[in-house]
Design a protein around this ligand. Sequence first.
Ligand code: PEP
Ligand code: CO
Length: 447
Amino acid sequence: MSEFERVMRQLEQRPALVHPAEIIKLKQLIAEAGQGRRFILQAGECAERFIDCQSELITEKLKILLQISLIATQGLRRPVVTLGRLAGQFGKPRSDELETRDSVTLPSYRGDIINGFEFSPAARRPDPHRMLDAYQCACATLNWIRALSDSGLTELTALRRWTLFKEKKASSVFQELQERIEEAVAFLQVWGGEKPSPTLLNRNPVFASHESLLLPYESALTRYSEDTSAYFNLGTHFLWLGERTRDLHGAHVEYLSGISNPLGIKVGPSMTPDELVALVRKLNPANEWGRITLITRLGHQRVADVLPRLIQAVQAEGLNLTWSCDPMHGNIVRMSDGLKTRYFDNIMAEVLVSQKVHHELGSWLGGLHLEITAEDVTECVGGDVGVSEDHLTLNYQSYCDPRLNYGQSLELMLRFCDSFKTLTQREVVSANSISPRRKELAPCTSV
Ligand code: PEP
Ligand code: CO
């Protein structure tokens, strides 16, 4: 038996990481996001690293997800489904097979689940044992997140504990929101004469997701559920199909068509409406709500041109699905020294144009898909935090794509919410020409 086969046998025997009931619950929540009643925040690392599998760093990841989800809940007037790019986001598709440095050429880094980041022949050799390490890190990450949730961290009353370790205090906008919510909770307590019930204060769990890329790993964690008579990937809750592996007749689509998890499909600018419809039909033959989330990543220059045609095709075919926007992957630029970056303004432009196009076509943009970190990195240029091109090398840690740092992530969600408010207020004003007092209330009453 080869080493690869030995690893596969071991992985196949390991316990599942999540339960089918959790996956079914998530699918239901995504279905509601598709129908305009929820919003999905899917965010986290571009490439998770084994060295970051540490309690403090995982806690920080959870806290930034909670902070942004809270901003979105308040700003969009909808409950937010929090879906981390974590506990399995270890494999990376690469545009270039090879990397050359100082006339030495080696295989590209493909994520910690396949090979090492260090630029040496030994590190870059694929090693099947890395799949066991990935399983171990995914397991530890999920376990710690569940422990933190069970300890009450995700409850509204624990809001003060959501402040990041590295920030002396929360950003001023978040702090203000914190205070307002604490006041509201205190008011509820006085009003009801007792602490509000846990169901009111608690939230849905934080779910996990990653790209379905390394098929042996995904297959080893795919299990049959007797209760539901269906196959599930029980290594995570949600999987997405990448832009480079979405061939209708390819192995990745074939694999995903056989499992019952909710699926994301990355949609790049070269996708035609016909291709999109065929792919969605193949992956969701029963036209079930919650099964498919289309994650458009069109780039700020193409979005206004491409997105309307895709939305119209989905509407014309009556496809039941959820829309999300990934403003990250269509907006990568390379600096002269080879470093990859993204401009905050371009990311923001894609988000706001997508939001507007959906709104104008009567479609609900039900989610955002972001690459973020709670760390104070300098990987994306711009934002109020003022990262310039010259700052990029100061704290660039990503092994793959540049992520929004803490300040940039919060700013993006705040501006998204502001723009939502403007769009929906404008609509109410033109429909009713109502009094200013009524105008203020309009976004809440529309939910
Ligand atoms: C990613 O999400 O990390 C990624 C590689 O995206 P895409 O497939 O859209 O390029
Ligand atoms: Co990426």
